[in-house]
Design a protein around this ligand. Sequence first.
Ligand SMILES: Cc1ncc(COP(=O)(O)O)c(C=O)c1O
Length: 395
Amino acid sequence: MFEQIERVPGDAILGLIEAFKKDTNPQKVDLGVGVYRDAKGNTPVMRAVKDAEAQLLENEMTKTYIGSHGDPRYGQAVLPLVLGEGSPVLEAGRASATQSPGGTGALRLAADFIATQLPGRSIWVSDPTWPNHLGIFPAAGLTLKKYPYVDGNNRLDFDGMLAALKQIPEGDVVLLHACCHNPTGFDLSRDQWGQVLEVLKERKLLPLVDFAYQGFGKGLDEDAYGPRLLAENLDEVIITSSCSKNFGIYCERTGCLIMVARNNEQMENIRSQVAIVARENYSNPPAHGGSIVAEILHSPELTATWREELTEMRDRINSLRRDFVEALKPYGLDEKYAHVAEQKGMFSYTGLTPEQVDRLRDEFSIYMVRSGRANVAGFSHDNLPYLAKAIAAVN
Ligand SMILES: Cc1ncc(COP(=O)(O)O)c(C=O)c1O
C-alpha cells in the first residue's frame, strides 16, 4: 500500500536552514528562522526558566498524569496573564483554561472543538497568515477562507479587512492575531480593534484570537489589548495562547486554550467538551513547560526576573528595527523601509520581492523566505551595515 504514497516537498524554512548551514560565506545572515536570537545569535534559556527548573527538580514528587486540562496552577497563572489581573471576565467565572502542547496544540483543540461542537462554520484567516493556520483548520475538517490584510504597497489594508469582515456570514469564526502579526508585523491600533469588535458584534461572528507573542510587541498588558477588549465585550471568544516565545520554552510545548463563555454554567459545559477533544488527541498535555511557567508566575521574584528578561528581548527587537532603517539612510532607502520600524514582533514583511530575496541569497548569503518576511531578531549591530549595503544593491 505504501508504494502509492507520494513524497511532498519539505518545509520552505527547513530548506532554508539547510542551505544556510552549508553556506561557507563568513558574512552569511539567517533571517529565516522563527525563534528569538540574542546579540550572539543564540536562543538561550532564560534565567527565570533555569531557576524555576532547579526548583522543580528539587521539589517534584511525582510524574503522574496531570489531567486533560493540564496543571491547574498553570491555568490559574495564565488566565490573569492573558485576560488581566482583576479581569471582569475572570471575576464572572466566564473563562476556562486548558493547557496544551504549545500554541499549535491550542489551535488544534480550538479547531476540533469548532468542527465537532459548532459544525458548518467556516474559519476566516488573514491573507497572509502563519502558514500552519492553513493546515490546522482544514485538517480538523473546517473550511478555510481568507480576508485581506496587506495592500499592494506592503501596508496594513485595514479598510479591506473591515469590508471583508462585514461580508462574513453570521456565526462564522474569524481568526485574529492578538499582536506581532506573523508574518507581516502589522498590528491593529486600539481604534481598529474597536472597529473590529463592532463588526464581530453586528455580524455575530466568533473570534478566535491567536496570542503567540505576548510581551514581544509593546508589553505584556499592551499586547493583550485586543483579546481583553473582545473578551470583556463579547459573550463568546476563543483565545489560543503560547508560552514558546515569551518564556523561550519552544521545545517544551506549552500553550493554553482559553474559552470565554457567556456565563459560568456555559463555560463549564464547554470545558467538559474541550476535555474530550484533548483526551482524544493526546490525553494529557506534556507537564514540564506548564510547571516552569506556573513556578515563575506564582513566584514574585521569578516573575520579576522573567519580566526583566522579556523586556530586554522586546527592547532589542524594537531597537534593531529602528537601527535597520537608520542603516538604510546612507542609501536613501530609509523612507522606503520606514514601516519596518513601525511593525511589531519578531517578523517583518520587508516589502522585498521574491526576486530580490533570491538575489540576496545568491549574491550576499542573506537568507529569508521568499515572501520577504525577515526575522528581525536575526539583525545585529555587526550585520546591519552589510545587510543595508546588500539591500541597496538589489533595489
Ligand atoms: C502566529 C502563530 N501562532 C501560533 C504559533 C504556535 O507556537 P507554538 O506551537 O510553538 O507554541 C506560532 C509559532 O510560530 C505563531 O507564529
